[in-house]
Design a protein around this ligand. Structure first.
Ligand SMILES: Cc1cc2nc3c(=O)[nH]c(=O)nc-3n(C[C@H](O)[C@H](O)[C@H](O)COP(=O)(O)O)c2cc1C
Length: 381
């Protein structure tokens, strides 16, 4: 893997040398990127020699190469160790005032952050609020170790040992090699050549699930229906627009199929050719579309299929999801309500033949929760 290792200006910056060596010994390619303050604690020569690549943290050097975008896009994984209180605050607020911050903001890769600072700085409500913000956004923030800090003081705030950082970063990959397809976004059924029947699904939930599977080591294929959000790195993205496109894109074997896309229940019987002129009354006839996940489940009996049930606010989500579990013959149904469409947060009722589980939170949190819940259900089957 290509790892971008951000190093910030704390006393533990010298330990980044061991981390570069450890990642390299595991066969990874490390690009070290220290902040200006980190270079007060560790020499550039040490970082260059150990990583085997030159270091230039000047944002405005080789401007024509737009290095912050290149660094962000080229990284399969971003690790920041040690991470100062200042860095946590900047990342939580999207401040882009040096090459490291710009590269991170320009990247869609998975991010691991290993804070190290004095106990009081770590426990300061400002730092804790920043850590909560970062975790809610899906950034992996490691708990610092307890022990001897600068000088004679001790307490939580120490940079964990290299081995612990390695297992924090690499150990979260229990699903290595698992083939997962996630559909996301909303389909569009043409009325004429320019108009369509669509829906307001943003694709956020599907992207969060695809990202959580990627982070767990799975090989993820994301079928993206009319999504305007940026696509996560390290995922195969297939674009689809109509129900027919989506049907075709789903025709690929996988071990887990997550049907998070909002699929139109209707299509126009005969879409008009060209553009319907203004001023004339027109009648359109809607016909039902194919139930894609039910069809996929029948054709792929060994695949774990998760369907979504979008219910009206106030409806009995559990009963509706139970009904879909039987009618679609899928492995599980995630019921949620219309108010979650386009929102950053949601509440999910996950129904299987054996259990009903509930969780609420940001879609990023729910994506991770669903991946864990599905793994548990599959291990019991
Ligand atoms: C001797 C010394 C040690 C420091 N150690 C830490 C530390 O361990 N953690 C931390 O968050 N800040 C530490 N700081 C403060 C940071 O260097 C300071 O907040 C700086 O602005 C961080 O810059 P950066 O985040 O851009 O690298 C230390 C400062 C000094 C002078």
């Amino acid at each position: 893997m290509r790892i971008l290792l951000g190093i910030t200006g704390g006393i533990a910056a010298y330990k980044a040398a061991n981390l570069i060596r450890a990642f390299s010994e595991q066969g990874h390619i490390v690009q070290a990127l220290p902040t200006q303050n980190a270079l007060r604690f560790i020499g550039k020569a040490t970082l260059e020699a150990l990583s085997g690549s030159s270091i230039d943290n000047d944002m405005y050097q080789d401007v024509h190469e737009v290095r912050h975008v290149e660094l962000g896009a080229n990284a399969d994984l971003i690790v920041v160790a040690p991470a100062t209180a200042n860095f946590l605050a900047k990342l939580a607020n999207g401040i882009a005032d040096d090459l490291l911050m710009n590269a991170i903001l320009a990247s869609t890769s998975e991010i691991y952050v290993c804070p190290a600072m004095h106990t009081e700085m770590w426990q300061n409500p400002a730092t804790q609020a920043n850590v909560s913000t970062l975790r809610a956004r899906g950034i992996n923030v490691m708990e610092p170790a307890s022990g001897r800090l600068t000088g004679t003081d001790t307490g939580p705030g120490r940079l964990p040992e290299t081995e612990e950082i390695l297992s924090f970063v690499m150990g979260k990959k229990p699903l290595i090699g698992l083939a997962v397809t996630v559909t996301a976004g909303g389909t569009r059924e043409p009325i004429d050549q320019v108009r369509y029947i669509g829906n307001s699904s943003s694709g956020r939930m599907g992207i969060a699930i695809a990202t959580a599977y990627r982070d767990a080591g799975a090989l993820v294929r994301l079928v993206a229906c009319n999504i305007e959000l940026p696509m996560p790195a390290g995922i195969e993205v297939v674009r689809a627009s109509s129900v027919a496109d989506l049907d075709q894109a789903m025709n690929n074997p996988c071990e887990i199929m997550v049907m998070a896309a909002a699929v139109s229940d209707f299509q126009i019987d005969k879409p008009f050719e060209g553009k319907l002129p203004r001023g004339e009354a027109s009648t359109i006839t809607l016909v039902p579309t194919k139930d894609l996940i039910a069809d996929f489940a029948v054709k792929n009996p060994d695949t774990f299929c998760l369907a979504f049930a979008l219910t009206e606010d106030g409806a009995d989500v559990e009963a509706i999801s139970q009904g879909k579990l039987l009618s679609k013959k899928v492995s599980a149904v995630a019921g949620n309500s219309i108010s979650s469409l386009g929102s950053e947060t949601s509440e999910i009722t996950l129904v299987t033949k054996l259990a009903v589980l509930r969780e609420s939170g940001t879609k990023i949190e729910l994506g991770r929760w669903l991946v864990g819940a599905i793994s548990k259900i599959m291990s019991r089957a």
